[in-house]
Design a protein. Structure first.
Length: 556
């Protein structure tokens, strides 16, 4: 697939003064353009009407603005200005030469001059934020980042850009997220690296008063957080709701809510409303993310299925944010919460009154892997036709995907499964066509076969993706066997919003066996013996999953 999953490498960081005995504070800079709505107001009591959203845009200031309270010294201001070149823009101090603004330097849709204090995940940040022109706000927020499920450490050598053999004086550190690749930052440079991709920040992280000050408006979106300004001047950095999914599950329906930070026990509040029936979930302290550019306008996030007419999301309380998810129902249903290993994933099974809810995590049973009789499995060969997928020096992804998929089919057939192929030749099938194919045939499992790619030729390894909670166990079992089969580094399993695993109703995964962009791994992909091992590994993982998690008799 045409995605960059490369890791960076360079010399070890030199933040000994911050990551030694003492823990430093880090101020986050969020570089998002449509951030911070100024006001939000509910029109009805139960998330029924639209949520008003008004924004105040501020003009670009010429120079680094003074601290908002005497706590910040002139020395800090001068230090921040010297190390954040470009803070002086059009109409700046005489004699200052400025470059045209980049996309990340567009004015924010709020007047950040009104920022007086900062709260991260509901916890106060002691130091007063520093404003860098009208570009960003610097603050030392590290002690509060656990509220967002985030830690800060030295940068791992493999994550640092450059050549390990070239000395550097730059000081690297990384922001570790609950899931996904860390954000690698450099003291004094307005640049971040996420999975090898360079990102421009509005301002550079700095070290002041033995603390690391981070650019808040630059980093918030990279961390999955939202920045919102309270009318009293308090800037709130909160975790967010990332997505809401509705899908069929064991003769009923399930809902999963993805959050940017782990949910503490008892955090989510659930209730019902009548006439017409509704079920709602409240997430106190969580902002409405959902790729909404921090808008507070109520959104329909799912058009419904069966007894669920639609799902809406909005805010019922502004500061701190409380995000409410409302299921508009056609008949009265109850929700039964489901414990999951992934604490950033909240799951709910919908049942009629008096019914028992099936569990989304089946107990592990001891049994040898065996036949797959009774299972209908869709094997999806990625790309095809004019869509070549990723290109290596000597081959195309689509060809490897088809060959591996056919081999997986043969191994599953031999175990007694009914196997359906989304494509069995070199022709194009749309993403919607692939999911419609699986859903209309009521398949039990869906496996999409791909080969990875990166802009870095050194990127290596095997990775498996899932999206819904019901797919996690399948991803684990297949990935375990796939890593053994490929013999490549384990890039682990990850949750991702790929269309084919998000829109299919059954447990669904997407495999990335190797990197076609890596010459050595392309050679492996071109070897039929290696492709056979990959196919055998995927089939074995499916058999293991069926034995451990599916109904008795299916894989006995």
């Amino acid at each position: 697939m045409n995605r960059n999953f490369s890791l960076l490498a360079a010399t070890p960081p030199k933040l000994s003064h911050c990551f030694g005995i003492r823990v430093c504070g880090i101020a986050i800079v969020a570089a998002l353009f449509n951030l911070l709505p100024a006001t939000a107001q509910m029109q009805s009591g139960t998330l029924g009407g639209p949520i008003a959203n008004s924004r105040t845009k501020s003009s670009i200031q010429a120079v680094l603005i003074d601290a908002t309270t005497p706590n910040n010294t002139g020395q800090d201001e001068r230090f921040a200005q010297q190390h954040n070149e470009g803070a002086s823009l059009s109409g700046a101090n005489p004699g200052v030469t400025t470059e045209p603004m980049s996309a990340t330097q567009n004015p924010l849709p709020v007047d950040i001059g009104k920022v007086r204090r900062l709260k991260v995940g509901g916890e106060n940040v002691d130091d007063t934020p520093l404003r860098v022109g009208n570009l960003d706000v610097l603050a030392p927020v590290v002690p509060n980042l656990p509220q967002l499920g985030i830690t800060v450490t030295r940068a791992a050598a493999a994550n640092i850009p450059g050549n390990l053999n070239t000395p550097t004086q730059e000081e690297y550190f990384q922001v570790n997220l609950p899931q996904g690749k860390p954000i690698v930052l450099v003291i004094g440079k307005a640049t971040a690296y996420v999975d090898g991709v360079e990102q421009q920040l509005r301002a550079a992280p700095l070290v002041m008063r033995d603390k690391i000050w981070l650019p808040v408006f630059s980093l918030a979106p990279l961390m999955g957080a939202a920045a919102r300004l309270d009318p009293d001047g308090t800037l709130h950095i909160n975790p967010t709701i990332q997505s809401v999914e509705l899908f069929p599950f064991k003769n009923t329906l399930a809902v999963t809510v993805k959050t940017s930070a782990p949910l503490p026990p008892g955090k989510v509040l659930m209730g019902t409303l009548g006439n017409p029936p509704k079920l709602y979930l409240d997430f106190p302290g969580y902002s409405m993310g959902l790729d909404a550019a921090n808008s507070t306008v109520e959104r329909v996030v799912n058009n419904g299925l069966n007894d669920v007419q639609r799902i809406r999301v909005g805010l019922v309380k502004k500061f701190p944010d409380t995000t409410r998810i409302v299921l508009d129902l056609r008949t009265s249903l109850s929700g039964v919460m489901q414990p999951l290993p992934d604490k950033t994933l909240f799951a709910l099974v919908l049942v009629a009154s008096g019914q028992r809810a099936p569990s989304m995590i089946a107990p592990v049973m001891s049994a040898p892997s065996g036949s797959l009789r009774g299972l209908t499995i869709v094997v999806d060969a990625g790309h095809g036709g004019h869509d070549t997928g990723a290109r290596g020096k000597n081959s195309h992804e689509k060809s490897h995907c088809l060959d591996i998929a056919r081999r997986v089919r043969d191994h599953l057939d031999a175990r007694g499964a009914t196997v359906l192929m989304t494509r069995d030749g070199d022709y194009f099938v749309s993403l919607q066509g692939r999911t419609d194919f699986a859903n209309s045939r009521k398949a039990d499992l869906f496996v999409s076969v791909h080969i990875n790619s990166s802009v870095r030729k050194t990127s290596t390894g095997t990775q498996t993706f899932f999206w819904t909670a019901q797919s996690l166990a399948l991803a684990r079992e297949v990935h375990k066997e796939l890593v053994k089969a490929t013999g490549l580094p384990n890039r682990k399993i990850s949750q991702a919003r790929f269309f084919v695993i998000r829109k299919t109703w059954m447990p669904s995964i997407l495999t990335e066996s190797a990197f076609i962009s890596n010459p050595n791994e392309e050679k492996l992909a071109m070897d039929p013996n290696w492709r056979e091992r990959v196919a055998r590994g995927i089939a074995q993982g499916i058999a293991n999953y069926a034995t451990l998690y599916l109904r008795p008799g299916v894989a006995s």
